[in-house]
Design a protein around this ligand. Structure first.
Ligand code: SF4
Length: 327
């Protein structure tokens, strides 16, 4: 399934979050003719009937005329044979989930970013964790799938708070998640704080540690992880002035989780599907663990065999103990 993105930078946003400059992140203008944009994007991304039109880059349902725009998008999508639309929006802007559902919106990406109130406040999100829960509830009731965005390293965030947010979102039985470590983008309030040394971004090592544990939580809950790390291309990368950017962040985060598994089990040999070879041993070569192709993930150590699934359960218990929102 292919996602065909159309960007509405900051459209419908009543506030500017401290970290966000969608204009800088996407370098695109608000489309003048939405159907022309869709057709161009459809050709560019080699779309087909299984593709999804994605209306990204702002608060779609916060745009005054969002219903009219959605009807135009729907009409255009159906003409080219696409029956699925996805939007991104804020949790406090879901007022008519039925309308979304009735007009081919099958997936909504909710920017939650954190489930801790002090982090939301310090990031100038101006919504609460309860808004996230309510939005998910009304979308699920209307049979719309939900993907939740979480960020690590926001102002006032800690590892305990990021883990708490991941547990909260996993408990809400969402369909998918995206996790991004916070990057400092040009022309944002965060850039000003960073220059004034009032905001210190995560190091790549820290971000990989936190995100790999969040990956563990979502793997254990069978929730699809759609993306790890913010995508940047050659045009937008110069706008990143700080923070743990890495082009293969997702691969590194998964490798970091497997590293924890290999180290804590004193693994000598690891068995796993070949497609995971690079994440499990390819990026953890220094551990000198032998790799054997297998359908399941498990390790052999000197005196035991341990499955990844079992280890994950025990690891989650430890993470649960340290997850909390208190400052
Ligand atoms: S709501 Fe989303 S798009 Fe709008 S300013 Fe905040 S992060 Fe950016």
């Amino acid at each position: 399934m292919k996602i065909i993105p159309i960007f509405f930078p900051n459209a419908g946003c009543k506030y500017r979050c401290v970290f966000c400059n969608e204009w800088m992140a996407t370098m695109k203008r608000v489309p003048l003719s939405i159907c022309e944009e869709i057709k161009k994007a459809y050709a560019f991304y080699h779309g087909d009937e299984n593709s999804e039109i994605a209306l990204y880059g702002g608060t779609f349902t916060g745009i005054k005329e969002w219903k009219e725009i959605l009807l135009r998008v729907e009409e255009c999508a159906l003409k080219i044979g696409i029956t699925r639309i996805r939007i991104s929006t804020r949790p406090d802007e879901i007022e008519d989930a039925e309308f979304l559902s009735n007009h081919h919106v099958t997936f909504v990406e909710i920017g939650a970013q954190s489930m801790c109130e002090d982090v939301l406040e310090a990031s100038k999100r101006y919504h609460s964790a309860k808004d996230v829960k309510n939005a998910i509830k009304s979308l699920t009731k209307a049979n719309v799938k939900v993907s939740v965005h979480l960020m690590t390293g926001l102002p006032k965030d800690t590892k305990s708070k990021s883990l708490f947010s991941a547990f909260e979102v996993a408990n809400l039985n969402v369909d998918a998640v995206r996790i991004h470590p916070t990057l400092v983008l040009k022309e944002t309030e965060l850039e000003r704080l960073y220059i004034q040394k009032k905001y210190v971004p995560q190091t790549l090592k820290e971000a990989l540690d936190w995100v790999s544990d969040m990956v563990a939580i979502f793997l254990d809950s069978n929730i699809t992880i759609e993306r790890l790390g913010m995508y940047q291309d050659a045009q937008t990368l110069p706008n990143v002035v700080g923070g743990p950017y890495h082009p293969a962040f997702g691969e590194l985060a998964r490798a970091a989780l497997y590293r924890k598994f290999l180290i804590s089990t004193n693994a000598l040999k690891v068995h796993a599907p070949d497609k995971l070879r690079s994440q499990i041993v390819g990026r953890n070569k220094d551990l000198k663990v032998e790799f054997k192709e297998d359908g399941k993930i498990w390790v052999e150590s000197e005196n035991a065999t341990i499955s990844f699934k079992k280890w994950l359960k025990e690891h989650i218990v430890k993470l649960k103990e340290i997850s909390k929102c208190d400052s």
